[in-house]
Write a protein that binds this ligand. Structure first.
Ligand code: CTP
Ligand code: CA
Length: 241
C-alpha cells in the first residue's frame, strides 16, 4: 500500500484548477466565447498531479487531452463553473483560477435559433439587426476570497490577462487587480495579437497578495518559458504559501 501512496511536494493535498474559456449561449447554436486555449490551466493540473496532489480540473471543452490522474468536471458557462468550483473548493488546499470566465452573459437565451430575417410580413427587405442585452456574471474568484473562513482556507490564485493602455502598463493593471480581488497570488500575463493565447510559451509576473501573519514574497517574472515551466513556478509559489 505504501508503494501506491503518491509522493511529491503536493502529496496529500487537494487542489482545484479551472481551465479553458466559458461559453455563454445566445441560442441553441451560438455562444459568446473567448480565445482561451486551456493550455495553461491543463499544464497546471498536470504538474500538480505529477507533484502528488489530488487534482480537480474544472474545465470547458478545450479539445486538449485530460492529464493523467486528474478528476475532470466539465462545465460550459460561468454559472456552471461557479457551481463546480464552489463545491470542489470545500476543504481544498488551493484553488487556481486559470479559466477565462466571461464577465457578461446574454440576458435572454433564445429557445429557438435567432433568424437573420425575423419579420417575414414586412413590406421591404428586413435589414435590421438584433441588439444583444448582457448581464453581469458573478466574480467566482472574488466570491472564493470573500467566503474564506479563518480555520480552513485554500490558497487562492488568480490569473490576469492584461494589455497595457492609456491608463497604465500591464503590471499597473495587474497590481490594481490583485488589490481588488484580494487573492494570495496573481499570475499576470500580457495578451494581445499572437501573445499568450493559444501559444505554448508564456511570460508571466507572479504578484503576491497580503495575508494576515505572513511575509509577502517579492514579485517575480517567469519566462518566456513553456506553460509547464510556468505551471511549476506557480506551484512552487503556492507551496511557499
Ligand atoms: N474571474 C472569475 N469570475 C469572473 C471573471 C474573472 O473568477 N466572472 C477570475 C479569472 O478566472 C481570473 C481572474 O478572475 O483568475 C481575473 O480575471 P480578469 O478577467 O483578468 O479580471 P476581471 O476582474 O474580470 O477584470 P477585467 O475587467 O480586466 O476583465
Ligand atoms: Ca474579465
Amino acid at each position: 500500500a505504501e508503494a501506491d501512496a503518491p509522493a511529491g511536494p503536493l502529496a496529500g493535498r487537494h487542489v482545484v484548477v479551472t481551465s479553458g474559456g466559458t461559453r455563454e449561449p445566445l441560442d441553441p447554436v451560438r455562444y459568446l466565447g473567448n480565445r482561451s486555449s486551456g493550455k495553461q490551466g491543463h499544464a497546471l493540473a498536470q504538474v500538480a498531479a505529477a507533484r502528488g496532489a489530488r487534482v480537480t480540473l474544472v474545465t470547458t471543452a478545450t479539445g486538449l487531452p485530460v492529464p493523467a490522474g486528474v478528476d475532470v468536471v466539465p462545465v460550459e458557462t460561468a454559472l456552471e463553473l461557479q457551481d463546480a468550483v464552489t463545491s470542489a473548493a470545500a476543504g481544498a488546499d488551493a484553488v487556481v483560477m486559470a479559466a477565462a470566465v466571461a464577465d457578461f452573459r446574454p440576458a435572454h437565451v433564445a429557445s429557438a435559433k435567432i433568424k437573420k430575417t425575423h419579420d417575414d410580413t414586412a413590406a421591404g427587405p428586413d435589414e435590421s439587426a438584433p441588439v444583444v442585452e448582457l448581464v453581469r456574471n458573478p466574480d467566482v474568484l472574488a466570491g472564493l476570497v470573500a467566503a474564506r473562513g479563518a480555520a480552513i482556507s485554500p490558497v487562492v490564485v488568480g490569473f490576469a490577462a492584461e494589455t497595457g493602455d492609456e491608463h497604465g502598463s500591464v503590471l499597473d493593471h495587474a497590481r490594481a487587480k490583485l488589490a481588488r480581488k484580494g487573492c494570495d497570488l496573481l499570475v499576470a500575463n500580457e495578451v494581445g495579437a499572437g501573445v499568450a493565447f493559444g501559444t505554448d510559451a508564456n511570460t508571466v509576473h507572479l504578484l503576491f497578495g497580503e495575508r494576515a501573519g505572513r511575509r509577502t514574497p517579492a514579485d517575480r517574472q517567469v519566462g518566456p518559458a513553456p506553460k509547464t515551466e510556468v505551471a511549476a513556478a506557480v506551484w512552487d509559489a503556492v507551496q511557499g504559501l
